[in-house]
Design a protein around this ligand. Structure first.
Ligand SMILES: NC(=O)c1ccc[n+]([C@@H]2O[C@H](COP(=O)([O-])OP(=O)(O)OC[C@H]3O[C@@H](n4cnc5c(N)ncnc54)[C@H](OP(=O)(O)O)[C@@H]3O)[C@@H](O)[C@H]2O)c1
Length: 258
């Protein structure tokens, strides 16, 4: 299948490693001119160098609106805008629903919702003008089946789904699609950190924690970033032009509902 991505431009946030990095690589491999951003500029530059194909690297912390504004304007200046925007950021700290401070709720909402939407608002007018755009949010299986001890993620990510669904209807006639991908358990540093915290909290070994998590995944294993990226690359492509307002799952069958 020809994906029609050659020469398109993409910005992937949260892409020095993990899922974002995998998506950036997948897009670059299809001939997309990619810009990546994350907080650590050195790590982002190193990732850009490895991705190759002239990948651009920018610093950006999604917790700060001014850095989002600067990123959008840098990308406009250097790429003339983007056709594909991947809204990805770091995950929030694990923890229970009870006792989260108001400051923590507000900071997480800014980093995981308000400023991602702000970035999209900056870059959408170009997509509408060119009659082609793809906005892809990386969310979590927790929006469908809340994950114990990940209260902030379970509570805030659904906002991105509601926003995306509403936006999808507003921009569909302009050739712009808006979708979200829900990872189940994808092997990254973040997953390792969560499993480590789980092992410490429950007094189990890492092997026990991983074995019990894998027992809940029909595929019997964690996914890898390439498997996740393949879905993002397809959604970014010309071929996915009639898929919008959807949540796609990449979870090895983990989410048990329809
Ligand atoms: N892996 C999974 O199984 C899984 C499951 C469900 C949901 N998710 C969610 O999917 C997203 C990506 O996960 P991952 O596993 O790839 O995580 P990861 O391995 O920790 O990578 C996160 C990436 O985002 C960047 N980042 C972190 N905080 C940022 C911020 N405030 N602003 C901009 N960039 C930031 C990091 O670089 P810097 O540190 O340099 O900023 C890094 O490049 C996260 O939101 C995670 O919660 C993952």
């Amino acid at each position: 299948m020809k994906l029609g991505l050659e020469g398109k431009r993409a910005l992937v946030l949260g892409a020095s490693k993990g899922i974002g990095r995998g998506i950036a690589q997948g897009l670059a491999d299809e001939g997309v001119r990619v810009a990546i951003a994350s907080r650590n500029l050195n790590a982002t530059k190193a990732a850009a160098g490895e991705i190759g194909s002239g990948t651009l690297a920018f610093p950006c912390d999604s917790a700060h609106a001014d850095q989002i504004d600067a990123l959008a304007s840098d990308v406009q200046a250097q790429l003339g805008g983007v056709d594909i925007l991947v809204l990805n950021s770091g995950g929030p700290p694990p923890g229970k629903a009870q006792g989260v401070s108001s400051d923590q709720w507000r900071a997480s909402f800014d980093a995981m919702f308000v400023n991602l939407v702000r970035l999209a608002d900056h870059l959408l007018p170009g997509m509408i003008e060119w009659k082609f755009g793809r906005i892809i949010s990386v969310i979590s299986s927790g929006v469908i089946q809340p994950i114990p001890n990940l209260a902030i993620s379970n509570a805030i990510r659904p906002a991105l789904v509601g926003w995306g669904k509403t936006l999808a209807a507003e921009v569909a006639s302009h050739g712009v699609t808006v979708n979200a991908i829900a990872p189940g358990r994808i092997s990254t540093d973040r997953l390792k950190q969560l499993d480590t915290a789980n092992a410490q909290r429950t007094g189990r070994s890492m092997d026990e924690v991983e074995a019990s998590a894998k027992a809940g995944i029909p595929a019997g294993r964690y996914g890898n970033v390439e498997e996740f990226a393949a879905m993002a690359v397809f959604l970014a492509s010309e071929r996915a032009s009639f898929t919008t307002g959807s949540i796609l799952r990449v979870d090895g069958g983990q989410i048990s509902s329809h």
